[in-house]
Design a protein around this ligand. Structure first.
Ligand code: ADP
Ligand code: ZN
Length: 806
């Protein structure tokens, strides 16, 4: 019997992407070494490319003579496991992305093959090639970007003629950090002899040797050994010269949480609503059932306590837990709470980690050294085995959706993995997305509700709506109504703290000439720029373009330049006049650029080193400070005006979340919401903490407008450097779709996107709304594949269930 092996490989060919694996022969010397999930170097169309082995088979329909052979194995162990390979297949179809892109997305950065093609001269070549391209050397790396098409053709010709050989080298960016360690001798006879020979006063040596006899053959880091024995370097060096110990190095894992000191906490006695949610979840876990749960609980109702106790239950059975949060940096308290229960068994994955730290965490997970992974969006690909439970906190958050290719939603990936492992998946929120809530309504998800604040004496805060039209009519321009200013005064006088939210950073929203109305716009995006006082510049918040604040109008020359609108910086300045004694922390993208600065600010606020935390919507979520009794929303309208059918939903969610920061413990909380739309239903329902009322009304609005969750939504967006070309292409696409899609598919557009020009490219969109998903998927996949082949500057992407239309 032949033990011939074949590999199915997804190759990385940027210009010719396909989700179809290619079959290659596995050379005999690789059989037994090669495994699915490894990366390999293979010949492809006269070149060498990298590919992922997705399966090994012993049979193939293709005649063996026609198959090429794998050249090199690039990984020593599989980079991706069986489950993740399967997941990549599902995700490629789900997100209209190529499988190779998905596979790359799943890998930690450090492992991403930034591979080089190495060209080696194996025969005489002409002078130009030798001198100019090879710089007189025998070997160079392929300069795909520097060389002209003629150069590349020439190299290709020489390669075909067998004068140049091409090989691939993967630069694994990951470097493993090591530390000094000692390998203890395992030779008992030798050690015992040494022991007999010790001088009676060699106390430290005796102590060390006794320890070695108790741990023969083990490897101990120097740090651990000295922590255990308190022996000086001299004693260790003596042991090395006498061969009791051999110096070596062992891997040192970087621990990103090392600086977070957390004491252990114990589970709280659950209240009856928490108890029934907990029991339902662990029942599904014990039965080995795939079951999504919607844990709908008001802010502060103790959802986290339910997550932690359910996690403890599956942990005790030796299974692992994946715990997703919207953004780690914004939820340091959540990480601390998990660490306080699971200690060193916790791994944290998030974008703030260096590539090295992330890689370390990834390997600890892969080796089963950790049992619970807390992380943001991309942590959903954590290679956990024996999963027992998945938690998605704040499931409605848009940060779970990746805004670039591949446009996956981590919540949906979590559900896929839950089904794969046949386990419960808990989706938690105070303000569930309409899609999720509608599924719970239909019984697809089990619904568990927590309707009271859990902490003793804690109640939902009272919310007051303030009509800013009246405030501004009555007096000079300000960000603070009388009511809010008075409440701030009282709050600080009581020694309590306040949170203020304004959803715009910078000093003002734009600058305008008073005489002619000219607004300086940024040259790349044609958007009004935001004034920043600290840097004395105008900035484009989309592309980062920055220029000096004009002192005179570029259009009419007038010197009467005025600042309109408001930003966090301006509010900070206004606070300094209103409440000069108040200590303010401003938290926005501009003040939190430095790694760790956010955590520091929150720690300071938690220790009452500041009275007011002023910030953009990054402060709306997750914060739990007992001394915060006042929350002020300075302008509730920013999200309402967006050209997006989610505008009301986002406004309701944001107001509910930020209100939830007040009165979380015994002290009663109060919220002031300043708005120009005091009667809008999203604001009115948020005032009454009425998710149910909002849900009913918003569902009616969605139904009337044929929006999700009644219809599937797809956004096709495309861009080009030339405005006419892109407009024309998009009209063609609409015609193409109309001639193929069934009549009940609603096609809107093409139209320029709300942000129509960005970084010198023009953006257009088409919106599709439909009920028959499978049929449209076939059409859209065809469209996507065709767009890849268009050898033009056109960039097209297809976004399923888009979370933003900007
Ligand atoms: P959520 O995640 O729903 O916002 P948390 O889990 O953060 O709520 O709980 C809010 C507060 O209530 C926390 O301070 C928590 O310690 C407390 N808490 C939660 N469950 C209980 C309980 N069963 N008994 C007493 N306090 C509780
Ligand atoms: Zn710009």
């Amino acid at each position: 019997m032949s033990n011939k092996q074949f590999a199915q490989i997804i190759v990385d060919v940027p210009t010719m992407q396909t989700n179809q694996p290619y079959t290659y022969q596995v050379p005999d010397n690789m059989v037994g070494i090669i495994q699915a999930g490894m990366r390999v170097d293979v010949p492809f169309g006269g070149r060498h490319v990298m590919g992922f082995v997705i399966a090994l088979v012993s049979d193939t329909d293709v005649p063996v003579q026609q198959l090429k052979t794998i050249t090199h194995i690039l990984d020593l162990t599989p980079a991706l496991n069986e489950e993740l390979l399967r997941l990549s297949d599902y995700l490629a179809a789900e997100t209209f992305a190529f499988r190779i892109t998905i596979l790359q997305t799943m890998l930690p950065n450090a492992l991403k093959a930034s591979y080089e093609r190495i060209l080696t001269l194996i025969d005489e070549v002409d002078d130009d090639t030798q001198q100019r391209l090879f710089k007189g050397l025998d070997q160079v790396t392929y300069q795909a970007r520097e060389w002209t098409t003629e150069d590349i053709e020439k190299i290709t010709r020489l390669r075909r003629a067998g004068k140049i050989e091409v090989t691939v080298k993967v630069n694994n960016k990951a470097n493993i950090k090591t530390q000094l360690a000692y390998q203890m001798s395992a030779d008992i006879e030798f050690l015992e002899n040494e022991y007999q020979a010790l001088k009676t006063n060699a106390k430290k040596q005796r102590q060390l040797l006794t320890f070695i006899l108790g741990h023969m053959g083990e490897k101990w880091s120097k740090r651990d050994l000295q922590a255990q024995l308190a022996v000086h370097d001299a004693v260790l060096n003596h042991a090395v010269t006498h061969q009791w110990l051999t110096k070596t190095r062992i891997e040192q894992l970087r621990d990103p949480l090392a600086t977070v000191a957390v004491g252990p906490t114990s589970p709280l006695a659950l209240n009856s609503e928490q108890q029934s949610a907990f029991e339902a979840i662990i029942h599904a876990a014990d039965e080995g059932q795939y079951q999504p749960f919607l844990l709908e609980g008001i802010t502060g109702s103790g959802k986290t306590e339910v997550y932690l106790q359910a996690a403890q239950h599956v942990y005790n059975q030796g299974k692992t837990i994946l715990f997703l949060v919207p953004e780690i940096a914004l939820t340091p308290q959540m990480v601390q709470r998990v660490k306080s229960r699971f200690g060193a068994q916790t791994a944290v994955l998030h974008s703030g980690l260096s590539d090295g730290e992330r890689y370390d965490e990834w390997r600890r997970i892969e080796r089963d050294d950790v049992k619970i992974v807390v992380g943001a969006r991309s942590a959903v690909f954590a290679p956990l085995r024996h999963l027992g439970l998945i938690i998605v906190d704040e499931e409605h958050e848009t940060t779970y959706k990746q805004s670039d290719n591949p446009r996956y939603n981590a919540r949906d990936v979590a559900l896929w993995r839950g089904e794969y492992h046949r386990i419960p998946v808990v989706l938690g929120s105070a303000t569930p997305s309409l899609e999720t809530r509608a599924r719970a309504q239909r019984g697809v998800y089990a619904l568990c509700q927590l309707t009271n604040r859990a902490a003793v004496g804690a109640r939902l805060p009272q919310v007051e709506i303030i009509d800013m039209k009246e405030t501004l009519a009555a007096g000079p321009e300000t960000n603070f109504s009388d009511q809010l200013r008075q409440a701030l005064n009282d709050c600080l006088a009581r020694g309590e703290q306040a949170i203020l939210m304004l959803n715009r950073r910078g000093y003002s929203s734009f600058v305008m000439c008073r005489d002619c109305g000219y607004v300086p716009r940024d040259p790349n995006c044609n958007l009004a720029m935001t004034l920043h006082m600290d840097t004395k510049t105008l900035k484009c918040h989309y592309c980062g373009h920055e220029e000096a604040i004009p002192t005179q109008c570029a259009h009419c020359g007038s010197k009467r330049i005025r600042y309109y609108g408001t930003g966090t910086e301006k509010v900070e300045a206004e606070l300094a006049t209103l409440l000069p004694q108040a200590r303010v922390i401003r938290m926005d993208q501009d003040t939190t650029r430095k790694k760790g600065s956010m955590t520091k600010m929150l720690t300071r606020f938690g220790q009452h080193e500041a009275d007011i935390l002023l910030g953009t919507q990054m402060i709306a979520k997750g914060l739990d400070f007992a001394n915060v009794t006042l929350v002020g929303v300075l302008n509730a309208d920013t999200a309402l005006g967006l050209p997006d059918f989610h505008a009301s939903e986002r406004t309701f969610q944001l107001l509910t979340q930020v209100s939830g920061r007040a009165g979380r413990a015994k002290k009663a909380g109060k919220v002031f919401v300043q708005t120009f739309n005091p009667t809008h239903y999203a604001i009115a329902y948020a005032k009454n903490h009425d998710y149910e009322g909002f849900y009913q009304q918003e569902m009616a609005v969605r139904h009337a407008g044929n929006y999700a969750p009644y219809f599937y939504t797809i956004q096709i967006q495309a861009s080009h450097t030339d405005e006419n070309t892109i407009a024309k292409q998009m009209f063609q696409i609409v015609r193409w779709l109309k001639s193929r899609a069934s009549n009940d598919v609603i096609i809107l557009g093409p139209s320029p996107k709300p942000i129509a020009k960005l970084r010198n490219r023009y953006y257009f969109q088409i919106i599709l709304k439909f009920k028959q998903r499978d049929e449209m998927d076939v059409l859209l996949t065809t469209l996507y594949n065709r767009a890849q082949k268009a050898k033009d500057d056109l960039q097209l992407s297809i976004d399923r269930d888009p979370v933003s239309f900007l």
